[in-house]
Design a protein around this ligand. Sequence first.
Ligand code: FAD
Length: 340
Amino acid sequence: MNNRQHAQDAYDVVVVGAGAAGLAAALILGRSRRSVLVVDAGEPRNAPAAHMHGYPSRDGMPPAEFLAEVRREVAAYGVELVRDRVTAAEPDGSGAFDVDLEDGGRAHARRLVIATGLVDELPDLPGVAERWGHDVIHCPYCHGWEVRDEAIGVLYSKASGIHQALLFSRLSDDVTLFLDGAAEDDLPDADWQLLAAAGVSVVSGKLDGLVVSGDALSGVRLADGREFARSVFVVAPRMVPRDALLIALGARTKETPAGPFVDVDPVGLTSVPGVYAVGNAAGAAEQVVNAASAGYRAGATLNGELLHADLERVAERRRGGVFSAEGERAVARAREAHGA
Ligand SMILES: Cc1cc2nc3c(=O)[nH]c(=O)nc-3n(C[C@H](O)[C@H](O)[C@H](O)COP(=O)(O)OP(=O)(O)OC[C@H]3O[C@@H](n4cnc5c(N)ncnc54)[C@H](O)[C@@H]3O)c2cc1C
């Protein structure tokens, strides 16, 4: 991805965000000979992690390497990729959109794909932010195998409950749930029974912070001075979608277990015609493979939508007897896009 100003100012689609979701949409649109601008601020969510797991054929690949490879694939189809930040996207009054970039540039797009991801708001506990993505983790599918059989601590919170402790008990026999000031009575009997069945230990008392030795987590310290040796600590971040552009466009949100997220249909269309949202911008549970899948679906849907919009306009003109050389060319392009 380079920093040059985008080469033209009118695109079929502007994709905001070049994580797996945005790049997958761009890949399909590029392969459909659509003019596409991808704008990316370069802060993918999994950047702190050394390796990406669970993506078939790419299991264990460094996240930055994965994205660089997809960017190369996307660029090969003529898609423009720029390193910049979209500061505003608004309707132009004709069903299309004006897009403002931080560097002062402006682009025009018939459709938008918003793939801006989310921000993990970490619990305010000393040591957590510093070790995030290394030995402070959240996801058993992303890092679980790598920490199997280790001494794992799990932070309890009302919002996350005991679920993570139970999940990580599949990976290690040495899992301790730290209640961090929550009362033992806060946990229903059913939770205690599940914790016991999973062999998870429980420690009451407020936490003071993580203990780091050299470049590794070595323990968890309680406010009363007790320390528990732990090499892994599991937290549940508050996952906040980067949805400012979507909200400003008027996209409807819905309540989810992770809080409000923009409401999308199965192909990623928001309540705003012409605006799609994919990946973590539209759902907290989207892992890399799901984000890529959502981007693919939105890209393919968008190509069909634009195709039909163009063909219907041409057909309409034809019916009105104003069929022109331009119309003929549009039909030819549509045929080509269909592979006819
Ligand atoms: C520590 C950690 C480890 C993880 N490990 C794994 C794993 O092993 N396997 C797995 O499947 N999942 C993993 N995940 C989850 C994974 O990060 C997400 O599933 C994935 O990043 C979602 O892709 P996305 O394209 O929706 O968003 P992202 O990858 O976050 O990409 C969004 C992009 O949009 C850009 N952007 C945001 N706003 C703007 C704007 N206004 N203008 C321009 N660009 C903008 C951002 O800078 C970013 O580059 C992990 C998550 C974390 C936190």
